[in-house]
Design a protein around this ligand. Sequence first.
Ligand code: 1HE
Length: 264
Amino acid sequence: MDGAASEDLVTYELRGSIAVIGLNRPEKRNAVSDRVVNALSAAAERAEGEARAAVIHGHGKHFCAGLDLAEHVEKPLIDAVKGSRQWHRIFDRFERGSIPFITALHGAVVGGGFELAAASHIRVAEESAFFGMPEGTRGIFVGGGGSVRIARLIGAARMGDMMLTGRTVGAPEMERWGGVSYVVPEGQGLEKAMEIAAKTAENAEMSNYAILNALPRIQDMSSEDGLFVESIMSALTSATPEAEERLRAFLEKRAGKVEAPRNG
Ligand code: 1HE
């Protein structure tokens, strides 16, 4: 047992239109037990009902130490399969839901913690964050969607290297590998993630929905099918009253221009 009421394993707060979800087992480095997975699912459901975007972060010294290894010891084979499928269902809910999820990463981002981050839409890492996939050393394999999502983010060769050698990768290198999109100074991860979440929350809901749901599916299609679905989504989003108003606002000079990046 992970020794806490499930509502305490994950904190939840609504700040304006942004849901702030915190992994909250700092004494166990936010290791993910079955009940943490379920608490994350409840938090995601609540966020989708009342927020326009969400940030996931970790309380304490680390983002997340991955699977709760204490719970995994001597788990019957069938329970291990069911457990992994439950992670898949819940991480899918983040990835293909209706609002953007941004992860704020610091300290250790390990195994299942990296898999959770990979299911989010934008990853922000503090400079000292480090990424590890010690599955090889632990005698296990990824089970939270990493073989699909992490492999797509950084490439199967790099992921295989991390799993075989157990080596850790720092935030700047992970940014070069495409595993995170932003690296920020110590202590500024949550603030940056909130800023990004607020930006995404201003978008038209239908555009966000298409970005979250059509884009990853198109990656699984043939080019021919992908281009067809793109055309349908393009027509659908632009037919909404919100798109019409936003397009008109630009033409009438009531909307902002696209700006050059501020830092190079
Ligand atoms: C844990 C876990 C855990 C810490 N399950 N209890 N994940 C791992 O292989 C990572 C294992 N953890 C570590 O390598 C280190 O704990 C950290 C680098 C993350 C952090 O180090 P540190 O020095 O800050 O903490 P600590 O002293 O090692 O840990 C504090 C406590 O948390 C300690 O328990 P205590 O009772 O002795 O106080 C640890 O045992 C406990 N703890 N991590 C259970 N993961 C869906 S498949 C996904 C597959 C994976 O995720 S594989 C990766 C598993």
